[in-house]
Design a protein around this ligand. Structure first.
Ligand SMILES: [Zn+2]
Length: 604
């Protein structure tokens, strides 16, 4: 979307009181307990938890692999159970939201473009993520901790309450000892389940089956659900467990023998040739393969709700296979909705200093946590949506502000009220708010024009609404800081606004009578209309008056040509003020430029 002129086709949308788009609102508003998807899952999860473990805390879970910068899209893995857990807490139940840090997973590849990392990190491929050195200059002890820390910071800002579980800590302290020994005793049962899915995709075309989508396979490959993750069958048979080598630390090992009675296990390393025999009843340097590890943990923690991404939910995927394996551990599969992809708009312009991957922390630099929570709360998990880093963020904020106003005056629909409530508070507390939430697009324009001059920004914001002047810039924070960060990091240089230093004498000299008179009318009304509302009235009013109508005439009373005249007039003003045919909204721009300079640039 182009900024500026395109928005001037009608009246500014934040003044029309136009209702929110209605397509996501259920036709029948039900009782508050079931008004949105979050409530409906909460009903289901509470009932299921009562059935499985009466009187026990409800357990929901998320899993994140700190194998590199954690992508903003993966936030859905956390937000979906968070919102459900929060609703359950609001109803007075005790909930544990587990976040499993899958930091005992193998280091698969060196992500590109991460600061402080070069090709030499490839020598660590195959080691647990916690055994890989952190990027150069990081204050953190290892790779996994480095990338986990950024996510933990973002989750705190988002108000997400969770129990973090390091799988490295769990495995290396022997927490899963019984489960590992149990899996080894039942390796034939596990193998039998996995065998059902080992038919290669080449055999696709089986009756009633869709051909395997290549993109789907690629997604599975990248997500850790690759085929190698179900363990390997060597000459000694199938084993669902892999030791990390005692010499080189990598997982390129093969179990060559195992004795159930003594638990003696012998492995050989394919990387360095090392071999040893250990007693699994006291050995802590290895893990269950992914497709067994996941259901083992469902059973161990009693997880009742854990959503998963589309790549984990296809036939033969870890979620489906896990459902067949979890019984071996005496547990049940969680309720596990598949969540759709979350896209990012405006990524092309993002710096690639962090591997070109937008993280939740990047989003929180340009938007308040309430807005980000709302994006997740208002869409059902199976609906995909985009998080805007481009101009769209301004429209999104307008929409949010309209909802906020409707909630305040009681005119919002129940499902919208629910999404709003989930965005602004958790069961524990209200998230910190900006005391004076001025329109984001206004703040962005002011930040754009003032380019870091806070005194000037404070003056302009103080003049927006003379009846209720802003006492200090702090009242507009943190929203102002977010808008400023957006302007500085995501608006390309060629779209930034640069106010002219000197009047465009040539253009001023070439104006026809219509142009000259319009500018004259504007200058005459400037002092009297020096506020956001006043200037809005003035800039729209000038072409009406020129055409012989009252400045107060409504669109219904005016011929359609007025719109063309307004556009022409606005384009002229943009040229005279900033030397282009678009720019920030004119009233904001005029306030930002200041009366004296406006007069100079307009030849007054
Ligand atoms: Zn080795």
């Amino acid at each position: 979307m182009r900024p500026g002129l395109g928005e001037w086709g009608g009246r500014p949308c934040d003044r029309t009181g136009r209702p929110n788009r209605k397509k996501d609102v259920p036709i029948v508003a039900q009782s508050t307990e079931t008004t949105d998807w979050v409530s409906r899952f909460a009903d289901e999860v509470i009932a299921e938890s009562e059935r499985r473990a009466p009187g026990k805390p409800v357990v929901v879970a998320s899993g994140l692999s700190p194998s590199g910068p954690i992508h903003l899209g993966n936030l859905r893995e956390v937000m979906t159970p968070h919102l459900v857990a929060d609703e359950i807490r609001r109803r007075g139940h005790t909930v544990r939201h587990l976040i499993s840090w899958d930091d005992y997973d193998r280091y698969r590849k060196v992500p590109g473009g991460v600061e402080g990392v070069d090709a030499s990190w490839a020598e660590h491929i195959g080691k647990p993520l916690t055994s890989v050195p952190a990027p150069e200059g990081s204050p953190h002890a290892n790779w996994a901790e480095h990338f986990r820390a950024a996510m933990v910071g973002a989750l705190a800002e988002l108000g997400v309450e969770f129990d973090g579980i390091s799988q490295t800590a769990q495995y290396t302290s022997g927490v899963y000892r019984e489960q590992i020994l149990h899996a080894m005793r039942h390796r034939a049962d596990i193998d039998a389940v996995l065998a059902q899915y080992r038919t290669k995709p080449k055999a696709a075309g089986k009756k009633g089956q869709k051909p395997v989508d290549e993109a789907e396979l690629e997604a599975a490959e990248g997500s850790g659900a690759a085929a190698e993750d179900d363990g390997s069958s060597g000459s000694a048979g199938y084993f669902p467990y892999k030791p990390f080598c005692g010499n080189c630390g990598k997982d390129l090992t093969t179990v060559t023998s195992y004795d159930d009675d003594s638990t003696e296990l012998t492995y050989a390393c394919g990387e360095c040739g090392f071999s040893e025999t250990v007693r699994l009843s006291e050995f802590n340097r290895g893990k269950l393969v992914w497709k067994v590890d996941w259901p083992m943990r469902w059973a161990y923690e009693g997880v009742v709700f854990e959503p998963s991404g589309v790549d984990h939910s296809s036939p033969g995927s870890s979620f489906q296979v896990g459902g067949q394996i979890v019984g071996i551990f005496g547990g049940e599969q969680p309720i596990g909705p598949m969540y759709a992809f979350v896209g990012i708009s405006g990524m092309a312009k993002m710096s690639s200093s962090k591997g070109g991957v937008p993280t939740p922390a990047d989003a929180l630099e340009i938007m308040e946590p309430q807005l980000l929570r709302w994006l997740y709360a208002r869409r059902r998990p199976n609906q995909s949506f985009k998080i805007a880093f481009d101009q769209e963020i301004q429209r999104l904020y307008d929409e949010w502000d309209r909802l906020d106003a409707k909630v305040a005056d009681g005119s919002a629909l129940p499902a919208d009220v629910a999404a709003h409530s989930r965005a602004v508070r958790t069961a524990a507390a209200e998230l910190p708010r900006t005391p004076r939430p001025l329109p984001y697009r206004t703040l962005a324009s002011v930040a754009d024009i003032t380019a870091g001059n806070e005194k000037q920004a404070e003056r302009i914001l103080g003049e927006l609404d003379p009846a209720h002047p802003l006492a200090s810039l702090d009242e507009a924070r943190p929203r102002y800081d977010r808008a400023e960060a957006w302007i500085n990091t995501h608006v390309p240089a060629d779209q930034r606004t640069v106010v002219r230093e000197v009047p465009d004498a040539e253009l001023l000299g070439s104006l026809d009578e219509e142009g000259r008179e319009s500018v004259r009318l504007l200058l005459d009304g400037l002092a009297e209309h020096w506020s956001l509302d006043g200037l809005t009235h003035l800039v729209y009013g000038v072409p009406k008056v020129r055409a012989g109508f009252s400045a107060d005439a409504t669109p219904k009373e005016l011929p359609p040509e007025i719109k063309t005249a307004q556009r022409t007039f606005f384009a002229l003003l943009y040229h005279l003020l900033v030397g282009r045919d678009t720019g920030p909204r004119l009233p904001t721009l005029l306030l930002a430029v200041g009366q004296e300079r406006v007069r100079t640039l307009l030849g007054g």
